[in-house]
Design a binder for this molecule. Sequence first.
Ligand SMILES: N[C@@H](CCC(=O)N[C@@H](CS)C(=O)NCC(=O)O)C(=O)O
Length: 205
Amino acid sequence: MLKIWGRTNSVNVKKALWCVEELGLKYERVDAGMQFGVTKTPEYLKINPTSLVPTIDDDGFTLWESHTIVRYLAAKHGAGTLWPTDLEARADAERWMDWAFTFQGAMRNVFWGLIRTPPEKRDAKAIEEGRKKSIELLAIPESVLSGKSFITGERFTMGDIPLGCEVQRYMRVPIERPAFPHVEAWFERLRERPAFRKFVDIPLS
Ligand SMILES: N[C@@H](CCC(=O)N[C@@H](CS)C(=O)NCC(=O)O)C(=O)O
C-alpha cells in the first residue's frame, strides 16, 4: 500500500495528501518531521537524503519532493483528470506547479513569523516585506484566473494543488490583504472540495 511520511501541518505534505485524496487512493500516513522526528534516522535518510517531508513509498518505489510526488501520482492514477493528457495543457499545469514555489518563498517569512514565532521574537520588517512580495506575486494568478474556474481552465488539475496549498496560508495568516476577486473566487471553489477542506484548509500551526 502507498505510504506517506509527513506531519499534516506541513504545506508540502498537504500537497501530497490533497492529491491522494482527490485520486481516492488508499494509503497509510506516518507522522514525521519537526516534533515527530523520524527524518534524521538512517532508515529515513536512505529513502530521503534531504531529511525533509514528504516522502512516499509506492510498493517499493520511494520518492521525495512534493510537486514530483503530485506529478507522479497524478500521472499514475489521474490521467485525464488531475493529469492533463494533452501535452500543452499538462505543461500549463506544470508551469503553475513550478511557479507555486516562487510564491511559497515570498510567504515563508510571513507564515513562520506570524504562526511559528512567538510575538516577542518576530521580525516585523521581514514579515512586512514578505507580505508585500506575496501581494505583488499574487497579482499574476489574479490576472490569469479572470474568466477561468481553475488555474489552467475549466477543470481542476494538479496545477491547482501546490498553489492552492500556498494560497490557503496567505488567506489564513492574520495580515492585511488587498481585494483579489478572481483569486478569492478560485479559493472558494477549492474550498468546495472535500479533500481540500480535510487536509489543506485546516487551522495553521
Ligand atoms: N522542496 C521540498 C521541500 C520539503 C520541505 O521543506 N519540507 C519541510 C516541511 S514543509 C520540512 O521537511 N521541514 C522539516 C521538518 O518538518 O522536520 C518539497 O517540496 O518536498
